[in-house]
Design a protein around this ligand. Structure first.
Ligand SMILES: Cc1cc2nc3c(=O)[nH]c(=O)nc-3n(C[C@H](O)[C@H](O)[C@H](O)COP(=O)(O)OP(=O)(O)OC[C@H]3O[C@@H](n4cnc5c(N)ncnc54)[C@H](O)[C@@H]3O)c2cc1C
Length: 379
């Protein structure tokens, strides 16, 4: 029997586990293969939902399901936290002291925002990158009547377009409340344009102008004074704020750092085409956990799952595992509360955002529901 262990029950891990179990059903039934998914949470959360929670467009519960309700026949689920990955000895060590050996490992441990990399951030800023932060921000937005809202961004972070979506949605949220003229919105960004992807920056620039959203480039957040409510950049500029919303820098999972297999931010060095951990033949990496220079997004994990699942199945069946990931990413971008656009790109193709439309907004809302099929490996 050969065991495939998948560590991390988020988008990438759940998709890989379900698709392997479907496609290897006969091997599993014969006892030749075992698919084990290890996740620390009993629930699975659809993180793009946090944007809608922050603007009180939907309750958090709509985006949370029990992990076991999403798993197909053939996936053995262990609700455990891994403390160490021992890639030399093909084993995982768990919090309770148990060891699990594997023939193949898929690392799908994601990334998480850290509010403690900048002094004063935890005390002075709001965010929408976790469920708790989105709820806290929702309540703060509901209770603020006027003032200056400053938006700050640190890198790296997942879903790089989410901060633009947030800013455009904020503008419309305030307009809908009839209070937009009581607010200044100031969007800051670490480099010399509105977004790291040039076509996206070009697309959003006129949107910001039309809506009177101010922006400051080359603003790398240095510190926040939560008492005086001032944010300062490394470049020397500062803003007083009434509400500070921050997309903080992300890090890879603790288990990656503790196992000594990540870079200084906790991301796993990964071959950009085969998605194998560099220097390893039997460890694959998916989604936010990789160190690849592409967007950390659920759709990235989705496309990467195609490559990993196909290669694993071929390898188990004695075929050459020669499928390659082409860097494909597809993201809807909310252009406010009622319109959206999308971008699709790869290692070789740049994104080409089009004008936002109501239809694409409805597609995005539909995808939020279809996601539950997609993560079961049905799409
Ligand atoms: C506000 C917001 C909006 C977003 N919008 C979009 C969007 O529109 N489109 C898009 O494509 N993406 C979007 N994303 C990004 C997307 O959610 C992530 O990129 C995606 O979830 C990454 O999938 P993953 O499987 O790599 O990691 P995750 O889904 O984060 O899963 C990682 C899992 O590993 C588990 N884990 C970690 N360490 C351990 C351990 N030691 N033991 C056991 N389990 C462990 C974690 O608990 C977690 O469940 C958005 C994210 C946010 C926050």
């Amino acid at each position: 029997m050969r065991r495939i262990a998948i560590l991390g029950g988020g988008v990438g891990g759940t998709m890989v586990a379900n698709r392997l179990a479907r496609e290897l059903r006969s091997d599993i039934d014969r006892g030749d293969v075992e698919v084990v998914l290890i996740g620390e949470d009993a629930n699975h959360t659809y993180q793009p939902g946090f944007l809608y929670v922050a603007f009180n467009q939907a309750p958090l519960e709509r985006f949370v399901r029990p992990q076991t309700s999403l798993l197909v026949y053939g996936v053995r689920f262990l609700q455990m936290r891994a403390l160490r990955i021992d890639a030399d000895n093909n084993s995982l060590l768990f919090e309770n002291g148990d060891l699990l050996t594997y023939d193949y490992l898929v690392i799908a441990t994601g990334s998480h925002p850290t509010m403690d990399t900048v002094a004063g951030l935890k005390e002075g800023a709001y965010s929408f990158y976790t469920a708790d932060q989105a709820i806290r921000l929702r309540d703060a937005l509901a209770n603020i009547a006027s003032g200056r809202i400053v938006i700050g961004v640190d890198v790296p972070h997942k879903c790089p377009v989410a901060v633009l979506e947030f800013t455009l949605m904020l503008d419309e949220y305030l307009r809908k409340r009839g209070t937009r003229d009581q607010f200044e919105i100031i969007y800051t960004y670490p480099i010399g344009r509105l977004h790291s992807l040039i076509p996206v920056a070009n697309w959003v620039e006129p949107e910001f102008e039309r809506r009177g959203i101010q922006s400051e480039f080359f603003f790398n957040v240095d510190n926040v004074d939560p008492d005086k409510k001032i944010i300062e950049s490394l470049e020397g500029s500062s803003y007083a704020y009434d509400l500070l919303v921050m997309v903080p820098a992300h890090r890879g999972a603790k288990v990656i750092i503790d196992s000594g297999i990540g870079d200084e931010s906790g991301f796993v060095p990964t071959d950009r085409y085969s998605l194998r951990m560099k220097g390893s033949h039997n460890v694959f990496v998916i989604g936010d956990a990789t160190d690849l220079p592409i967007s950390k997004a659920g759709s990235t994990a989705h496309y990467e799952a195609d490559t990993i699942v196909t290669n694993l199945i071929d390898e188990l069946h004695g075929l050459p595992a020669d499928h390659q990931y082409d860097g494909k990413v597809y993201c809807f971008i909310e252009g406010g509360l009622e319109k959206a656009t999308y971008i699709a790109f790869s290692y070789t193709e740049p994104p080409k955002p089009t004008a936002p439309s109501e239809l694409l907004h409805w597609f995005k809302l539909m995808y939020n529901e279809i996601y539950w099929l997609s993560v079961r490996g049905l799409l």
